[in-house]
Write a protein that binds this ligand. Structure first.
Ligand SMILES: Nc1ncnc2c1ncn2[C@@H]1O[C@H](COP(=O)(O)OP(=O)(O)OP(=O)(O)O)[C@@H](O)[C@H]1O
Length: 330
């Protein structure tokens, strides 16, 4: 767990002082992904750099597992963290293996352990070790380089992963794929992750929680669903976008709104359109619109009807969002 207590960071002094962070307090729970979200210059990167002490706090405290990082040895602290940055930051004149092994080498791991670890990390990010180990960064696509960046950040098995717009430089299709891969990886590894993004779509997809910043202040700290359905003020409502109801549909799943079927008992081999519990509400609504249905069966793995989903249930899940919009506009 990482705790931020009234974290304040001012660059410079006097008339030229820049207040990058003002009295920011929040907690990053163990094993969760917290996305730091907000417009350019709101203090996201500064928060990361304070966390691994690349920058010094002006006032406040940051605690790692309850201990003030200010009192820790900076090198020791950084060994407990992995850092993945936007520009990938691979050394162009070093092989992929050597790039990934950077921190384990600094930690003086035995050579054989490093080699094993490099291959393990390459497999973990879906790059075949035999193909990629001895290549140079320029011989890889942007998406492949980004995977190497993630592999490098995780190579020494840090407790905490700091990711600064890690997939920002990748085209949208590959970006979605790398995001999915990272989520699958995180479901296994359960690292404590701080993930900087300025993209609301990415934030609600990747975050267990989202910290929305505005001009150095923490504007709202909530789950993606709460941020979309219950924005605290006009700034948040505008930042998450007028189409936030659609974003909620891309976040919630059929299991979140399905109901017990009227007709009891299994009905194998059901004809016509149907859904599964893990489908997104966006897909559910799309199927309803295409087939002009307001109710659809939800089938289990064996094809038996386990529940139904209705248009009305989806609507009621979203109801209240519009009134809240009204409130925030006042
Ligand atoms: N070393 C520095 N010296 C002076 N000002 C700085 C320094 N680093 C950051 N700042 C300023 O602090 C503020 C917050 O910067 P920060 O990089 O944390 O923003 P950000 O939210 O990460 O923005 P972006 O999305 O553009 O990366 C900005 O006004 C920035 O110009």
């Amino acid at each position: 767990m990482i705790t931020y207590e009234s974290v304040t960071k001012t660059f410079g002094a006097g008339r030229t002082a820049v207040h990058a962070l003002r009295e920011v307090s929040f907690e990053v729970p163990e094993g969760e992904v917290v996305v730091l979200l907000g417009p350019s210059g709101c203090g996201k990167t500064t928060t990361l750099r304070l966390t691994n002490r690349l920058e010094r706090l002006t006032s406040g405290r940051i605690l790692l597992q309850g201990r003030d990082i200010g009192g820790m040895n900076a090198v020791g602290l950084r060994r407990r963290m992995g850092y993945v940055i936007q520009e990938i930051g691979l050394f162009p004149n070093q092989t992929i293996a050597r790039n990934i092994a950077q921190v384990p080498r600094l930690l003086k791991w035995p050579k054989s352990r490093i080699e094993e670890r490099v291959d393990e990390m390459l497999r973990m990010v879906n790059l075949e070790p035999g193909t990629f180990r001895d290549r140079y960064p320029a011989e890889l696509s942007g998406g492949q380089q980004q995977r190497v960046g993630v592999a490098r950040g995780l190579a020494h098995d840090p407790e905490v992963l700091l990711m600064d717009e890690p997939f920002g430089a990748v085209d949208p299709i590959n970006r979605a794929r790398i995001q999915d891969e990272f989520l699958a990886l995180q479901a296994r590894l359960k690292k404590t992750v701080l993930f900087v993004s300025h993209d609301i779509h990415e934030a609600v997809k990747m975050g267990d929680r989202v910290a929305l910043f505005r001009e150095g202040r923490l504007s709202q700290y909530d789950t993606p669903e709460a941020l979309l359905t219950r924005p605290k003020d006009r700034f948040t409502a505008e930042f998450v976008g007028a189409d936030r109801a659609l974003k909620v549909l891309g976040l919630l799943r059929v299991r979140d709104v399905m109901e017990a079927p009227d007709t009891a008992g299994p009905e194998p081999g059901e004809e016509g359109p149907s859904l599964h519990r893990e489908d997104l509400l966006r897909e559910a609504l799309s199927v309803m619109l295409l087939h002009e249905e307001t109710e659809l069966p939800v089938l289990d793995e064996e094809g038996n009807r386990e529940a139904v989903i209705t248009y009305r249930a989806i609507q009621s899940k979203l109801s209240g969002m519009a009134e809240r919009d009204g409130e925030t506009d006042r």
